[in-house]
Design a protein around this ligand. Structure first.
Ligand code: C2O
Length: 541
């Protein structure tokens, strides 16, 4: 294996989109940012230089950072942000990992424009478990905002009200012809009739889970979250932010120009969303370029069945190593709630439901980011920035899925806190993630740093151990999982990677409202099982 060096300059770039010219933050003035290419087991070294006035960090989404926790990237979890004018070099190894990943900023809402693909091939001589595609393409789903996204986050948290809706959905940064001034701002793939293509789909959106489809063409899923799956053929896929899915598509239709479409799933009742689809083109060579192309059909907004169908189709291809026995079983509610305003809350913050402040929580704790990183506080034994008493069950127990939006009981409030859970090295953990419904139920894409986990079960309604069905034979091995709206998901992993690992909703607005927590995984016994020392250039807060 080899070492791959990349030089990332985080910079402002002038861009014109949707009839609007403004500055966005990107890497190396490319949007979407540069692609990292590597092979399994390679060493990756990326020097980040921050040439913007904003704080930044980069997270390598889905890369497990085996014994390299310091380079994981979430701000105030494993590091302080890289401040204006400073730099930091991330160094890690792709230990037994390959497939489609992506990198993104992990501070404020900067990842709205600071993202790019991260493609890792199998080792030399190791084939894909399917026939080599004729060509491959990266397809990144995104959301574009005319406003400064750092301000947008501040306004959203300060106003305490509903999340703002993106100005456009995008495919590889292009909104496509449905949007104003975007007739030529269209991403296009040229295909040769009869050939099979590998599409690496990534949802880099901020706040929207999205469907994707190509008119008249079947998609065969072969990989999800950078792990091979049994081939599963479908008309469309759904990706939560943070998820990646590889599909094969064969150009086996009449020679034409077809549309590829991306649009919202939007599982929460009454939630606002961008009501226009992002369109890209899938164009056969020989097609008349101005011929009317066939529009792609997406499921309707809120189509839970379409989402379940995709989920049911995800099965690990390779032999799995699911923990059969469990040492620690945690029940974690996830959901939106309202914190009541009191005399000290500024008036403008009370624009949530029933004049409260919108909040989100796990087990009714809204996660507040500390002032120095959790990892540094833990490593240097600095007191006062977190407590290790994250509750293993909800601090108040209510009927999860039957919350009444207009008649909020007293227990819809969450407590603020920076409360983490400590795991001994090698603990076999099961998490039951239960969506709650005190404000509205919603599908939440929950992401765990530092691990992949087996998705052993999921269902609608309240989790009931008597009736829950578990798959220990071929469950998918994921890093981000959409917990069904008003339902539950069970995941399992072994805590064999020392460090501090964030777990949060990958809808950024929910993360800002506190939907997260962190695990501290203690050292094991051998040298190979202990947290390394921090790098010399680790940013200071
Ligand atoms: Cu892709 Cu904590 O994030």
């Amino acid at each position: 294996c080899s070492t791959r060096f990349y030089d990332f300059k985080v910079q402002s770039m002038r861009i014109t989109k949707l009839c609007n010219t403004r500055n966005i933050v990107t890497v190396n003035r490319i949007f979407p940012g540069p692609v990292i290419y590597a092979q399994e087991d390679d060493r990756i070294i990326v020097k980040i230089t921050n040439e913007t006035p904003y704080n930044t960090t980069i997270h390598w989404h889905g890369i497990r950072q085996r014994l390299s926790c310091w380079f994981d990237g979430p701000s105030y979890i494993t590091q302080c942000p890289i401040q204006a004018g400073q730099s930091f070099t991330y160094e890690f190894t792709m230990v037994q990992q390959k497939g489609t990943f992506f990198w993104h900023a992990h501070v404020s809402w900067l990842r709205a424009t600071v993202y790019g693909a991260f493609v890792v091939y199998p080792k030399t001589g190791v084939p894909f478990p399917f026939k080599d595609p004729y060509e491959e393409h990266i397809i990144i789903l995104g959301e574009y905002w005319n406003q400064d996204v750092v301000e947008l986050e501040l306004n959203t948290t300060a106003s305490g009200g509903s999340p703002p809706v993106a100005d456009a959905y995008t495919i590889n940064g292009h909104p496509g012809p449905n949007y104003n001034c975007s007739n030529n701002d269209v991403y296009k793939i040229d295909v040769v009739p009869g050939k099979t293509y590998l599409l690496r789909l990534i949802n880099a959106g901020l706040n929207s889970e999205n469907f994707f489809a190509i008119a008249n063409h079947k998609l065969t899923i072969v990989e999800a979250d950078a792990e091979y799956t049994k081939p599963f053929t479908t008309d469309r896929v759904m990706l939560g932010p943070g998820q990646t899915i590889n599909v094969l598509v064969t150009a086996d239709q009449p020679i034409e120009k077809y549309s590829m479409a991306m649009g919202p799933y939007s599982s929460a009742k009454g939630a606002a969303f961008q009501n226009i689809l992002a369109i890209a083109h899938f164009q056969y060579s020989g097609a008349v370029t101005n011929s009317v192309f066939l529009p792609a059909q997406l499921p309707r907004v809120g189509d839970n069945l379409a989402v379940k169908t995709v989920m049911d189709g995800l099965r690990s291809l390779n032999k799995v190593n699911v923990p059969k026995e469990i040492d620690t079983n945690l029940f974690i509610t996830i959901g939106l709630n309202v914190q009541r305003c009191h005399s000290k809350t500024p008036k403008q913050n009370c624009q949530g439901l029933n004049n409260g402040v919108m909040a989100a929580s796990m087990n009714n704790i809204s996660f507040i980011k500390p002032r120095i990183s959790l990892l540094e506080a833990y490593y240097r034994k600095i007191n006062g920035s977190f407590t290790d008493d994250f509750p293993g069950v909800p601090i108040e127990y209510y009927d999860f899925v039957n919350g009444a939006p207009n008649n909020i009981p007293n227990n819809t409030q969450s407590l603020n806190g920076t409360r983490v859970m400590v795991l001994e090295y090698g603990t076999r953990v099961q998490l039951i993630l239960q969506d709650t419904g005190t404000v509205t139920t919603e599908n939440h894409p929950i992401h765990l740093h530092g691990f992949s986990f087996y998705v052993v079960g999921y269902g609608s309604g309240n989790y009931d151990p008597q009736t829950a069905n578990f798959n220990l034979v071929d469950p998918p091995y994921m890093n981000t999982i959409g917990v069904p709206v008003g339902g539950w998901t069970a995941i399992r992993f072994v805590s064999d990677n020392p460090g501090v690992w964030f777990m949060h909703c990958h809808l950024d607005v929910h993360q800002s409202w506190g939907l997260g927590t962190a695990f501290i995984v203690k050292n094991g016994k051998g040298n190979l099982e202990t947290l390394p020392h921090p790098p010399a250039d680790l940013p200071r807060c």
